[in-house]
Design a protein around this ligand. Structure first.
Ligand code: FAD
Length: 343
């Protein structure tokens, strides 16, 4: 008999895990209070920054990031085929601007002087060299959310929106419309996990803006990091992010953040002053006390997949596989990510 699994939250984590479990024959229901992939997954820049985001990370997270990064090409192709939705996975590399070469270059990168950096992104301001990371990639995280929802339901999963989960019990979820039982429950409610269960996950607000070029002006090819911002070419615009704010569950975009992001981006690419601001938004990253994910059991029949912080899109394929294997009893918990380390 197939196992019945409830997942709380239809972000990249819940949808990815649900898709993998449904493929493995489980009877999966995702409970989502709003629209699918409308939380941090919608807000994300979509970078798969296994180099740029891992500069100060512990070994456990670097290894997980590298593993997930290596899964991405196959995951993207499989997801597009399963959903019929393009997610714009691209390996265009990243330039990490800095005034002088680091003492030690990250693996797989090279140092470019200012002229060489400008040959990769001709609009860059004069003078600054960069670490060139050719393996960095990106994906359209909004399309990713739509594709995962489609692939999940096509694999036989049930997606129930408009359902708010208020508490978890062993093998059950308490919702605003009643109590639902299952063989296992997975909490994947992003920054809101701590409102539902006793997990130390808190929201960290991130604001972003999107700028559109004048007609005929091309976007830079790579992702560019510098001056406290990153610039991500996407469709017909460049995304600029992101603030890191302790603001509770507030997701209001502020004029100060908009102007600061724009000023920082214009110092990196002066010609952005002629580009048009077309969008400004905010989202909440799920953050744990040690900055590492929580992936594993909380109690009998209750699991959590949270705390991905700035890397939930990058980690998505590895989290989906790992949580499937944990729930089906085929894998052991990764000690550094064990949710019980805080109890
Ligand atoms: C501005 C910004 C930029 C980012 N850029 C990147 C990036 O470039 N690369 C990267 O890898 N990561 C990035 N991230 C991080 C990434 O977006 C997150 O780590 C990831 O999306 C978390 O996914 P999730 O599924 O856990 O949470 P979410 O996507 O937030 O999904 C959680 C879901 O749970 C639902 N939910 C909450 N409470 C309840 C409840 N009580 N009952 C039912 N449903 C509930 C919510 O409605 C939501 O749909 C960025 C984040 C932000 C904010």
């Amino acid at each position: 008999m197939s196992r019945a699994i409830l997942i709380v939250g239809a972000g990249v984590a819940g949808l990815g895990i649900g898709w993998r479990l449904a493929q493995a024959g489980a009877k999966v229901t995702i409970l989502e209070r709003g629209a699918p992939a409308s939380g941090a997954t919608f807000a994300a820049a979509g970078m798969l920054a296994a180099t740029a985001e891992m500069a100060a990370a512990p070994e456990s997270e670097i290894a997980f990031a590298a593993q997930s990064r290596s899964l991405w090409p196959g995951f993207a192709a499989e997801l597009e085929a399963a959903s019929g939705i393009a997610i714009d996975y691209r390996q265009n590399g990243a330039l990490m601007l800095q005034p002088s070469p680091p003492a030690e270059l990250p693996p797989g990168t090279v140092w470019l002087d200012g002229t060489a950096a400008q040959s990769r992104a001709p609009m860059l301001a004069d003078g600054c060299g960069a670490i060139w990371a050719p393996d960095e990639a990106q994906v359209d995280s909004r399309a990713l959310g739509r594709a995962l929802a489609a692939a999940f339901t096509r694999a036989g999963g049930s997606l129930r929106t408009g359902v708010t989960v208020t508490a978890l019990e062993p093998r059950a979820a308490v919702t605003d419309t009643g109590r639902l039982e299952a063989d296992g429950v997975i909490l994947a409610a992003g920054a809101w996990c701590g409102q539902i269960a006793d997990v130390p996950l808190t929201p960290v607000k991130g604001q972003m803006i999107a700028l559109q070029p004048p007609p005929g002006v091309a976007l830079p090819e790579p992702v560019i990091w510098g001056n406290g911002v990153y610039l991500v070419p996407r469709d017909d615009r460049i995304l600029v992010g992101a603030t890191v704010e302790q603001a509770g569950f507030d997701t209001t975009p502020t004029p100060q953040a908009r102007d600061d992001l724009r000023a920082r981006a214009e110092a990196v690419i002066p010609r952005l002053k002629d580009w048009t601001l077309v969008e400004h938004w905010a989202g909440l990253r799920p953050h744990s006390p040690d900055g590492l994910p929580l992936l594993g059991p909380l109690a009998s029949g209750v699991f959590v997949a949270g705390g991905q912080y700035r890397n939930g899109i990058l980690f998505a394929p590895a989290i989906a596989d790992h949580m499937r294997d944990l729930v089906l009893g085929r894998a052991a918990v990764i000690p550094a990510f064990d949710p019980r380390r805080f109890t």
